[in-house]
Design a protein around this ligand. Structure first.
Ligand code: ADP
Ligand code: ADP
Length: 227
């Protein structure tokens, strides 16, 4: 089943002579349960692609369909709700809310839309992420690896159609990086959670089922490494 479909996606920043074509007619699809790594040199358009997949920016042209919903046909309010429900975002620098506890950070995407927290699901996620003893702590009382585990919890709590990570190990040492990669892979394999990771880290790319290389705003290569 096709969970993500990108059709002729282009993004131009600026106008006239200074315009930059950051993405140039990119198309690809991702199947449910797939683990895709997106790699490419700095400036190739990876962040732009991630912002468009994550619904945090709008394309110049083209479509992004997540579970058959054409995201950019939604208005701003609908898009914000859709994004919180269907796209779990994980950032390099965690983006946790400093004045909220671990528990509040994890459940925030549900609470913002007045959805109830499924206590069993919450307990399961928190158990797997080894955060049970940390629920009442604030982000600045946690290590980087723990903070990234909280952000994985926040990304998963709404059962999103896709989990989208931007350099999730970029700020971590090798031990914590390995732990985060193992956790992402576990949720991918055990729960069939679709996972798209943008990364410079070969250790992550080589764990993926498929590697898409972006160069000059285009798909330069798209290889299945684990069928
Ligand atoms: P990557 O994440 O692969 O480093 P980006 O998507 O950040 O690539 O950038 C792709 C191209 O678009 C680069 O030339 C970059 O300078 C340009 N770019 C990215 N964001 C903006 C922006 N907000 N305004 C203007 N140019 C941008
Ligand atoms: P990354 O390290 O993820 O590739 P960048 O350093 O390319 O990120 O960009 C960081 C932020 O700056 C992004 O939000 C991007 O959109 C913006 N940006 C990148 N290039 C430009 C640019 N030439 N002009 C304006 N904003 C830019």
């Amino acid at each position: 089943m096709e969970i993500l479909k990108i059709e002729n996606l282009s993004k131009v920043y600026g106008k006239g002579e200074t315009a930059v074509k950051a993405l140039d007619n990119v198309s690809f699809s991702v199947q449910k349960g797939e683990f895709v790594a997106i790699i490419g040199p700095s400036g190739s358009g990876k962040s732009t692609l991630l912002h468009l997949l994550g619904g945090v920016d709008r394309p110049t042209s083209g479509k992004v369909l997540v579970d058959n919903t054409d995201m950019y046909q939604l208005n701003e309010t609908q898009l914000a709700i859709f994004r919180r429900r269907q796209i779990g975002l994980i950032y390099q620098f965690y983006n946790l809310i400093p004045i909220l506890t671990v528990e509040e950070n994890i459940t925030l995407p549900l609470l913002l839309d007045d959805h109830k927290v499924d206590q069993k699901q919450f307990d399961d996620i928190v158990g797997i992420l080894k955060l049970k003893e940390r629920l009442q702590h604030l982000p600045n009382q946690l290590s980087g690896g723990q903070q990234q585990r909280v952000s994985i919890g926040r990304a998963l709590i709404s059962n999103p159609a896709i989990m989208l990570a931007d350099e999730p190990t970029g700020n971590l040492d090798s031990k914590n990086s390995r732990e985060i990669i193992d956790l992402l892979k576990m949720f991918n394999k055990t729960y069939n959670q679709t996972l798209v990771v943008i990364t410079h880290d070969d250790r992550i790319a080589l764990q993926a089922d498929r590697i898409i290389s972006i160069e000059d705003g285009k798909v330069a290569k798209d290889e299945v490494i684990r069928p």
